[in-house]
Design a protein around this ligand. Structure first.
Ligand code: DGL
Length: 269
């Protein structure tokens, strides 16, 4: 049994990279729904249906535990999947909670009532669907009080990264940061609420300025998965690393190889 890692495209590779470094003995099966990316401009129903189909494909690979390394799916589909669809012997985990726990200075699973935290002004950069869901603000409100969140929907960035047009992606990031700063001139922290955005982390940091702490998910998700697997060792075991895509395997492999700077070979899902 391997652990499944799902994203609409290449962004989840930032999470895969961190989890496979943190857990070198665990086998991971990565699923990129490249034919349907980007998810961020789709309706919640569409995202739910596509995410369920991808997770079922990962179950067929023996992955009883699947990480949605996609904020858009975590925001728009995860709760509905957990409440009404997921069988008792399977687990699907999202990427929001580890990040919000870090931002609100909590340890894993600390469910004590919301309290004041150090950070008061937070910029959230995410896809249009994630911003529209308000899932980040909802999860934050369970844990913290008095935090002002300004969300910026970063249209176009995922498409540009998927196309390999990093110059366009950089220009779009700068314009989205400018737009955010017009609404919130001095954020203390910025959350990269899309797993594609760590690929542009330097551009975000430069545009935001050195005084802004930029939170991204990969390392936090890796720590939280390590902790989860210590408590649920039965959710992993023997299995085979694989990279599956609904897109063109050659094209996706070339882009993934550039992103991870190591040879990656995708096969048709
Ligand atoms: N990496 C996905 C996320 O974290 C991108 C979503 C998309 O395909 O628009 O939200």
């Amino acid at each position: 049994m391997a652990v499944g890692i799902f994203d609409s495209g290449l962004g989840g590779l930032t999470v895969l990279d961190a989890v496979s470094k943190r857990l070198p003995d665990v086998e991971f099966v990565y699923f990129a729904d490249s034919a349907h990316a980007p998810y961020g401009v789709r309706t919640a129903d569409d995202i739910y249906n596509l995410t369920c189909a991808a997770v079922e494909r990962l179950w067929a690979e023996g992955c009883d535990l699947v990480i949605l390394a996609c904020n858009t799916a975590s925001a728009a589909a995860l709760r509905r999947m957990q409440e009404s669809w997921l069988p008792a012997d399977k687990r699907v985990l999202g990427v929001f909670v580890p990040l919000i726990e870090a931002l609100t200075e909590r340890n894993w699973g600390d469910n004590s009532p919301p309290r004041e935290v150090g950070v008061k002004h937070v910029a959230l950069f995410a896809t249009p669907a994630t911003v529209a869901s308000r899932a980040f603000q909802r999860e934050l409100a369970f844990r913290a009080i008095g935090v002002d969140v300004e969300a910026q929907a970063c249209g176009g960035v995922v498409d540009a990264i998927e196309e390999g047009d990093m110059i366009l992606a950089e220009a779009l990031v700068r314009s989205h940061v400018d737009a955010l700063k017009r609404k919130m001139p001095h954020p203390q922290a910025a959350v990269l609420g899309c797993t594609h955005y760590p690929l542009m982390q330097d551009t975000f940091q430069q545009a935001l300025g050195p005084e802004v702490s930029v939170f991204s998910q990969a390392g936090l998700v890796a720590e939280s998965l390590a902790d989860y697997l210590t408590r649920h060792p039965d959710m992993t075991g023997a299995g085979h690393t694989a990279f599956l895509t609904t897109g063109d395997p050659k094209r996706v492999s070339d882009r993934a190889t550039q992103v991870l700077r190591r040879q990656i070979a995708f096969q048709a899902a």
